[in-house]
Design a protein around this ligand. Structure first.
Ligand code: SAH
Length: 262
């Protein structure tokens, strides 16, 4: 069968190392489910992960792929997946209208849109119970970084508020055809018990974005455009955003909301 021609615009870097593909597919933690769970692969390409996922008895395999050349290739190679292969752009796809139960998401993400994919999954956190994905090493490190580290940022706090994040392993450029310019890494995110944060969630997002956009400044200084009042005072305001855990951001959000409500 003719191979799919890699299209740069679609972030197509095909994994050519079968043992890594197997390792990624086996990184899904199925022990946390009591029944067969739907697994959605984003961007199966030529099916290097797919071949291992379809034989996993604990999951019900689905996939979404934007590239028509890849979908035709996949249907020829794995005819049994045709009914569960969605030909669409994941970023436009109405996830919660099509899936309404526990969902495992897996994929070697197209790197040009990996953050957008993660934000979309976060918007659907009520159904997305686990994510196993490969993305740029740099982004993987940011997502899994604990507070106090340089790499800790917006994505880390947003995702860690709802998911336990784990850095699994690094993958070299040479494992792909064509090779990407950067190293890659595989991470696993497992939904925690937080249904809702103990604060106003839109204010939480706003506080995090505002403070990290000027990460060198103290929180007091970067929040000045929101609250510029001497009576607004707390020890936490003299810290920098990268020092704050999710819990402390919740605390900060509550004092901001309280003050704005006065
Ligand atoms: N999983 C394959 C391919 C990874 S490359 C492998 O590991 O070899 C990324 C894949 O994502 C490509 O198949 C690309 O066509 C697909 N893709 C890119 N943008 C997409 C989008 N918006 N929605 C769905 N799939 C997309």
């Amino acid at each position: 069968m003719k191979f799919v021609k890699a299209k740069k615009g679609l972030g197509q870097h095909f994994l050519n190392d079968i043992s890594i593909a197997k390792e990624i597919s086996q990184s899904i933690d199925t022990d946390i489910y009591t029944k067969k769970t739907i697994c959605l692969e984003i961007g199966p390409g030529m099916g290097v992960l797919t071949q291992f996922l379809i034989t996993n008895k604990n999951i019900d395999f689905h996939a979404i792929e934007i590239d028509e050349e890849s979908t035709s290739y996949l249907i020829k190679k794995y005819p049994e997946i045709e009914a569960n292969l969605i030909y669409d752009d994941f970023l436009k796809f109405r996830l919660s209208e099509n899936f309404n139960e526990n969902l495992i998401v897996i994929g070697n993400f197209p790197y040009n849109i990996s953050s957008q994919i993660l934000f979309k999954l976060l918007e659907n956190k009520q159904i997305v119970s686990q994510i196993v994905c490969m993305l740029q090493k740099e982004v993987a490190e940011r997502i899994t970084s604990p507070p106090g580290k340089k790499k800790y940022g917006i994505l880390s706090v947003f995702l860690q508020a709802y998911y336990k994040t784990e850095y699994l392993f690094t993958v070299d450029e040479t494992a792909f055809t064509p090779p990407p310019r950067v190293k890659s890494a595989v991470i696993r995110l497992v939904r925690n018990d937080t249904k809702k944060l103990d604060c106003d969630e839109s204010m939480f997002y706003r506080v995090i974005k505002t403070t990290f956009n000027q990460r060198r400044k103290t929180i007091r200084n970067s929040l000045k455009p929101i609250i510029n009042d001497k009576r607004f005072n707390d020890e936490i305001l003299s810290k920098r955003p990268e020092q704050l855990s999710v819990k402390e951001f919740v605390y900060l959000t509550n004092i901001v909301s309280e003050f704005k409500g006065l």
